[in-house]
Design a protein around this ligand. Structure first.
Ligand code: ADP
Ligand code: MG
Length: 249
């Protein structure tokens, strides 16, 4: 049994079947990529996993617990974090202040920033946030206003905000979208290092095949809302069904 199981998930938007009978089994501690042409239903699937969308039918189970019927915040508290396609950070706050918000949110299940019992625990939270910034190479930028960061740094900050919560499952929606090749390669290296250094499962939605083949241990190809093939990367390359799905892209 995997850490995340999706069974018979269907989602319609009016007359459009965005997801049709999706079944997925994500192995614990793996890096699993979900690829597919534009409009295949990748973001819709991710929104179902984090509770932003409720499927019409089917089940989603994380570590044996049902995800459906929980709010996005409750799902986050279960140990699922998500890096968005467009970074969701607080642009008017400093880099360090951005880091403190998820630290406190994780702490007591609320967003009360005054919930620190002692100076000692506040100090340890700041140290934790700073160590995480160090890990994503952002320590020197801790006092910068987040809105003024480069696109790559905004993504690194968002990733650090997710990781500081110590999620068991990290969902990444096109983590390198809009990045130049050098920054993409830096992100690949960072994700490899993050995966190697902790007990974490990663699900990556990605359009860039270079990223997918550099990171994933398993790949699911989604086409028109339905998984077409699932296999190891070597078997996905050149798969006739995959080529067919991408024709006309
Ligand atoms: P992908 O991320 O693979 O590009 P999406 O999951 O964003 O695909 O979209 C799948 C399909 O569902 C597309 O045809 C898209 O236009 C449609 N869709 C997505 N979200 C909505 C929505 N909120 N309302 C109506 N249609 C939607
Ligand atoms: Mg998308």
């Amino acid at each position: 049994m995997g850490i995340l199981e999706v069974k018979g998930v269907n989602k319609r938007f009016g007359g459009l079947q965005a997801l049709g009978d999706v079944n997925l089994d994500i192995a614990e501690k793996s890096v699993h990529a979900i690829i597919g042409p534009n409009g295949a239903g990748k973001s819709t699937l991710l929104n179902v996993l984090v509770g932003k969308l409720i499927p019409d039918t089917g089940s989603v189970t994380f570590q044996g617990q049902s995800v459906l019927g929980r709010t996005p915040f409750q799902i986050n508290q279960l140990g699922i974090s998500r890096v968005f396609q467009t970074p969701e950070i607080f642009t008017d706050l400093s880099v360090l202040e951005n880091m403190l918000i998820p630290c406190f949110a994780k702490r007591d299940g609320s967003f009360r920033l005054h919930a620190v019992e002692s100076i000692e625990s506040e100090k340890s939270i700041i140290e934790k946030a700073e160590a995480m910034l160090e890990e994503v190479n952002m320590a020197a930028k801790r006092d910068m206003i987040a809105g003024s960061l480069s696109r790559g740094d905004k993504r690194r900050l968002e990733m650090a905000m997710c990781l500081v919560q110590e999620p068991k499952l990290l969902l990444l929606d096109e983590p390198t979208a809009g990045m130049a090749r050098a920054d993409t390669n830096n992100t690949i290296d960072l994700l490899k290092q993050i995966h190697a250094s902790r007990d974490i499962t990663m699900v990556i939605i990605e359009h860039d095949m270079h990223v997918v083949f550099s990171l994933a241990q398993r790949i699911t190809v989604l086409a028109q809302g339905t998984p077409l093939v699932e296999d190891i990367p070597e078997n996905i390359k050149g798969h006739p069904k995959v080529k067919e799905a991408y024709l006309g892209e």
